[in-house]
Design a protein around this ligand. Sequence first.
Ligand SMILES: [Zn+2]
Length: 228
Amino acid sequence: MNKLIHALILMVIAGTAGAAEREQSVCYGTTAKGRLEKAWQLPGSGNNFTVYSRAGVAAGRNYVHSSVYAVVLDAYQSLQQNFPDKRYVYGETGRERGGLFRPHKTHQNGLSVDFFVPVVDQGGRSVPLPITPLNKLGYDIEFSKDGRFQQYKIDFEAMAAHLLALKKAADLNGVKIWRVIFDNDLQALLFRTSQGKELRAQLLFSKKKPWVRHDEHYHVDFIVPCKE
Ligand SMILES: [Zn+2]
């Protein structure tokens, strides 16, 4: 065999083995008081999704537990197959070692993920939310009670599809979803979608008003066994 090809094949085999051996994360404590070891950083983008901010990536604010990593990416992959035109944006997740993650109250052990609401523009096209430092990287965007912001409308069908894709991916990866925190008024609109009934049956949604209005993003807490 040509020496170069042989060397390349060996490199590919070594690379694959390396990926398979990638160490799983270890979480400690709770989402509100915890930490994380061997965290995995989510990719900045994929075919149908992007991170909220490149600066957030550079600052290391998109680390998660390896099991959550698998769930988040598997869900995006299934959405890509079933709803190829929909665009998604995820928000802050946590630091590489977990712990205090200002201004969030949780996100401490790699099991919390913020997702920005999918939106459509005036033409009904699925587009990423316009996130800039001026709107505090998306978190200062305020949606009306009927889910509108400037020329954008929340795409509740796309959001329902995402949440159900997360649930399915979580089941396949042996992960549980503890809860989804989302604005109460907007929840009512989410439940009116074609999959609303299914959503309510499969996932637990926040009932009380959250400490900050979760209108521009929905916060998802996952359950993975953690050490004390
Ligand atoms: Zn959050």
